[in-house]
Design a protein around this ligand. Sequence first.
Ligand code: TYM
Length: 324
Amino acid sequence: MINRVLAGIRATGRLHLGNYLGAIKGMIELQNNSEYETLYMVADTHAITTPYNVEGLKTGRREVFIDYLSAGLDPEKSILFLQSDIGEQVEIAFYLSSVVSIARMQHLPTYKDKVTQYPNSNTMALLNYPILMAADILAYKASLVPVGVDQEPHLEVAREIARKMNQTYGMDFPEPKRFATQGEYIPSLTGEGKMSKTVSGSYINLTDSKEEIQKKVRSIPTATEAGGEITGGLKTLFMLGRIFIPDETIRFKEDFMNGTLRFVDFKDALSEAIAKDLEPFQEKRAQISRDTEYVDRVIKEGAEKARVIVKKTLHELKSKMGLT
Ligand code: TYM
């Protein structure tokens, strides 16, 4: 059996450092490993599960696709596509929903968080979010999913569904596992919770300028007294430091313990390294976003390739469920 990999990022805004370190780094690593066949989609269908703006989604999903290409996802090596181009995934999600209880979905922490965030939009689409995600993965019989640690509860649902469908209907879905990166959990710049596109002031966008990055990193709340308590903001600073400037961070940590650290030195060294790391992405992005025809072609060809795989699974599923 082929080792298939599938991952996606919701088209709910521009990509940030958390998406990059928690998901895209892993997606690229697997894409460049010839043992795997990789499929990466822009999850635009999932974007309608919380309140959204139609024009914003239209442009946003394309922007995320351009982000993928600029970050190094390569249509020569991976199948890159828009989730909504493959309507069969939604059909599969409906079939899978027949083995999932409402209570199981209502108890998911990710669902509860979203209901708290959008109390007036407690919709069926939101409740079905994890089933659609399971369908995305199982439609391709993918066994490995490069996502951040926050997605683990959804992967657990996908594994449960795979088991039930295999037992009940004799399908051969693999139980998908998470492929983790060093940046599997990037905390917020505010020092509370995770870096998230829906929490303003929490993130660094991949398109932020050097000056913006410096301003944002400088604003991370740090203890006023060097050598004092390790607060949330300091944890964020040290975490990003370990990823972008590991050697210097050891030194900065020692200085902190000794009470001699000047936070601004650490912050500026860090923001400079982040800006440098994002430079190739930003240069490539400027170039690709001008090439409309190329982007259109990649989207179209990706959908054609993905559809071939999904159609096979859909046919098998319908036939085993008695629908052919
Ligand atoms: P989304 O858009 O919320 O997040 C996209 C990816 O970025 C990761 N991520 C983070 N990683 C580390 N630290 C953070 N602060 C951080 N914030 C976000 C997420 O873990 C994720 O990998 N449900 C998915 C989208 C999806 C999907 C799929 C993924 C739809 N279908 C099928 C895999 C397979 C999501 O919430 O994306």
